[in-house]
Design a protein around this ligand. Sequence first.
Ligand code: IDP
Ligand code: MG
Length: 144
Amino acid sequence: MSTQQTLSIIKPDAVAKNAIGGVLHMIESAGLRVVATKMVAMSKFQAEGFYAVHSERPFFGELTDFMSSGCVVVSVLEGDNAIQRYRDLMGPTNSNEAPEGTIRAKYGTDIQANAVHGSDSPESAATEIPFFFSAHELRGLNHG
Ligand code: IDP
Ligand code: MG
């Protein structure tokens, strides 16, 4: 195992549910470290850019409407094998299929309003982290 960074987004549904603290608590309780975080309101254009990989999917329009419907909390998480560990903590895409103990089981509603995003590979993390965080914002990493 090696130390990795992954991008987390607490989506507008979870922010609306007052679950920012609840999600971050689950992240920290799982042993992942929050090394950068901020609240942002994504424009439709930003959401389309972030999810460009899904631009041909039938749900692209509603996904980008949803992601730009309210504030989100973006964070960089760090830890051994952080990418897969966070995916496991999130649970499957469809919240209704998420096992107990996962973030999506606790805070998600359905396949779209599923509370959180997490990078799915080192390649995704390497593009998703700089999408939201400048080098300046990341320079304090590894000093926690
Ligand atoms: P993931 O977030 O579990 O990696 P992806 O397949 O990458 O899932 O899809 C990105 C996001 O698009 C999901 O988190 C969810 O919000 C939304 N989404 C995925 N599949 C559907 C669908 O069939 N209908 C509506 N929204 C969907
Ligand atoms: Mg994905």
